[in-house]
Design a protein around this ligand. Structure first.
Ligand SMILES: Nc1ncnc2c1ncn2[C@@H]1O[C@H](COP(=O)(O)OP(=O)(O)OP(=O)(O)O)[C@@H](O)[C@H]1O
Length: 258
């Protein structure tokens, strides 16, 4: 198994001729894509364009139907289940549904960020005697939730839950951060704040530039927080431009009904 981080030159994500089919429907068609360390990529596209499918390929949870997906220098579809899980501990994903356990206290949810690095015994023991509380407190403070360490997760608002999910990511210290519409239900100020936090996840250690792929519906957020914008239309790349160059004509390509 290769565990060394990908060198600065090697792409964090490399897709060659990648397609994904569900039954008789093509969700993604013949994608070629490289993402390099430090890039912040916004994925734009109308509903059903293939954004979530692409993010599932990028976290190794979904194999491609055709072509090759390489993540952090490895082919997840060619790894054993154990090696794939280890690879996935190096990739942090924030889903729309956040995947928090509602009935437990916040520190348990944050501590789940290191599950891949702890033995099963330590995981079970930590349910009773939580480990690493100082670190948990620290990452919660980073997202402005230091007060919530012992709160029950079910009592938190939607925006607070989102911050807890990001604190969990901070503890995981992933090399690649993936986020599927993380700000879809937030007001503009909160949306900007969550994106700022997401771009900072990888900046904890000196010299570690964050690599982020995030699906968004608001082009202004892509321009403000990302370096690159990729438009998906009907499973294909419609454009791939510097985020600063994202213009009205790009969006028309995506959102005008055919
Ligand atoms: N598990 C699945 N089974 C069957 N079809 C699927 C599955 N996942 C995705 N699809 C189909 O693949 C296509 C792309 O879906 P995907 O969820 O990737 O789009 P999206 O761009 O993320 O859309 P949205 O913005 O609505 O979340 C859609 O036609 C969808 O119905």
């Amino acid at each position: 198994m290769t565990t060394a981080p990908v060198g600065p030159e090697g792409p964090v994500v490399s897709l060659r001729g990648v397609g994904r089919r569900f039954g008789d429907r093509d969700a993604l068609v013949d994608l070629d894509l490289d993402v390099h360390r430090g890039e912040r990529v916004a994925l734009l596209g109308s509903s059903g364009a293939g954004k979530s499918t692409l993010l599932a390929l990028l976290n190794g949870s979904l194999p491609p139907s055709t072509g090759a997906v390489e993540l952090l220098g490895e082919r997840p579809d060619q790894l054993s289940a154990g090696a794939r899980r280890r690879l996935q501990t190096r990739i942090g994903t924030v889903h729309q549904r956040l995947d928090l356990v509602e009935q437990v206290r916040v520190f348990h949810n944050v501590n789940a960020g290191r599950l891949g690095r702890m033995s099963t015994l330590t995981v079970l023991r930590s349910l009773v005697w939580p480990v690493g509380m100082a670190e948990v407190r620290h990452v919660l403070e980073q997202v402005g939730m230091g007060w919530a360490v012992h709160e029950r997760t079910e009592r938190l608002s939607g925006g607070e839950r989102q911050r807890v999910a990001i604190a969990r990511l901070l503890l995981q210290r992933p090399e690649l951060v993936l986020a599927d519409e993380p700000v879809a239900s937030l007001d503009p100020a909160r949306a900007a704040e969550i994106l700022r936090l997401l771009t900072e996840v990888g900046e904890q250690d000196a010299g570690t530039a964050p690599t982020l792929v995030v699906s968004l519906h608001q082009p202004s957020l892509a321009r403000d927080h990302c370096t690159r914008a990729i438009g998906l239309r009907e499973g294909r790349i419609a454009f791939d431009v510097a985020a600063a160059d994202l213009g009205e004509h790009h969006l028309q390509e995506l959102y005008v009904l055919s």
